[in-house]
Design a protein around this ligand. Structure first.
Ligand code: ZN
Length: 70
């Protein structure tokens, strides 16, 4: 289960959210102030993206057809 790091844009609180699946769409809110204006941090995958020799649309390290920031 992937864990994504988020950071609240309102109060700056960093927090982690555990997703049961990569494609799960859940609403993420800051646990401190409740704001939904949060940004996802990609630190957990930063080392993989851009370090693959595979071409195509995907990054080669996941099954998603588009795994870039959107
Ligand atoms: Zn907050």
């Amino acid at each position: 289960m992937p864990i994504f790091e988020f950071k609240c844009r309102k109060c700056g609180e960093p927090f982690e959210v555990l997703f049961r699946s990569r494609d799960e769409k859940i609403s993420v809110a800051c646990p401190k102030c409740g704001s939904i204006k949060v940004e996802r941090l990609m630190s957990a995958f930063a080392g993989k993206i851009g370090n693959t020799s595979a071409g195509g649309d995907g990054c080669g390290s996941c099954a998603a057809t588009s795994c870039g920031p959107s």
